[in-house]
Write a protein of this length. Structure first.
Ligand SMILES: [Zn+2]
Length: 302
């Protein structure tokens, strides 16, 4: 049922204010997701965060992940595949290199939503002290049992960090799955030393418009651009140290005074200015037709 086009997802959700800036006003972006299933998505009129028009409740998300997430999105039922692990190791090495430039050797790290543990393992292999937690039972079990890593199977609300505050907390491709990102970011702040760093990476929605609603789906409850990600840090009293801007968007933050919130939100609105429902709908078909015929549109974002 979960893969069949046009059949709605089995959740009701509830309309809520923007989970990043709290504004009620939102602009309709799409009626559909990438499986051509009805899944209305909106953009916050103030900070441009993309989100489901009706946000799933925690209970609905738990049921969705239990029933479908791995097989639905990763074609995996019995733990991570060798291909998955190989890809994650390459990503872990790249991310560690970016972060390590800002840290003393032997620094301590916590990986928030560490999946199968490749980042924790990479950090430990380079002499850092690292730990992590992961709500997905299969990934967490693989990391702790098969790889022998200090990974706990829990969500951020239940995680008990090591007694000493961390030099860095990392979170890669997790925040787009959350429904209360600001509370999660503030929790990260509470785990850090006063001069600690938070490195957050998410898919960069500002670069995804060429796919139209092909980039929108159930598991991604919210979507960030470079500036709405900066706003996430600002809401938790964190300032930007470095922006790692590629196909994905990463920001290394430190506790401190952020840039003016209104300025960040103005930048965020401008960054996603082109995202309108007619364009998001039309672009999906342009992109899909291009894939079918082997031609990718020349001006993907225009
Ligand atoms: Zn907002």
């Amino acid at each position: 049922m979960l893969k069949i086009p046009l059949i709605p997802y089995p959740f009701a959700g509830e309309a809520r204010p923007c989970p990043l800036c709290g504004a009620d006003e939102a602009i309709s972006l799409s009626r559909w997701d990438r499986r051509l299933k009805p899944l209305p998505q909106v953009k916050c009129a103030r900070c441009s965060l993309i989100r489901h028009a009706a946000m799933p409740t925690e209970a609905e998300l738990t049921e969705y992940y239990r029933a479908s997430y791995r097989s639905d999105y990763q074609n995996m039922r019995d733990g991570p595949s060798a291909r998955h692990i190989a890809k994650r190791r390459i990503e872990a090495a790249r991310r560690l290199e970016a972060l390590a430039r800002h840290l003393p050797s032997h620094a301590s790290m916590i990986d928030f939503g560490c999946g199968s543990g490749e980042f924790v393992e990479a950090a430990m292999s380079q002499g850092f002290s690292a730990a992590g937690f992961e709500p997905g039972a299969d990934y967490a079990t693989y990391a702790s049992q098969t790889r022998g890593l200090p990974v706990e199977n829990c969500g951020w609300q239940d995680y008990a960090p090591p007694p000493n505050r961390a030099d860095a907390v990392t979170s890669f491709h997790v925040f787009e799955h959350l429904t209360d990102p600001v509370s999660a970011m503030r929790r990260i702040g509470s785990w850090l030393k006063p001069d600690g760093l938070a490195y957050i990476e998410v898919p960069n929605m500002a670069k995804a418009l060429y796919k139209g609603f092909g980039c929108l789906h159930m598991a991604h409850t919210i979507g960030f651009g470079r500036y709405s990600l900066e706003l996430l840090g600002a809401m938790a009293d964190m300032a930007v140290v470095e922006v790692i801007d590629g196909f994905d968007i990463g920001i290394i933050f430190k506790p401190g005074t952020p840039r003016d919130i209104d300025e960040i939100m103005a930048d965020a609105r401008q960054e996603l200015e082109e995202w309108t429902q007619p364009k998001v709908h039309r672009q999906y078909f342009t992109y899909t037709l291009g894939k079918l015929t082997g031609h990718r549109p020349a001006a993907l974002n225009k």
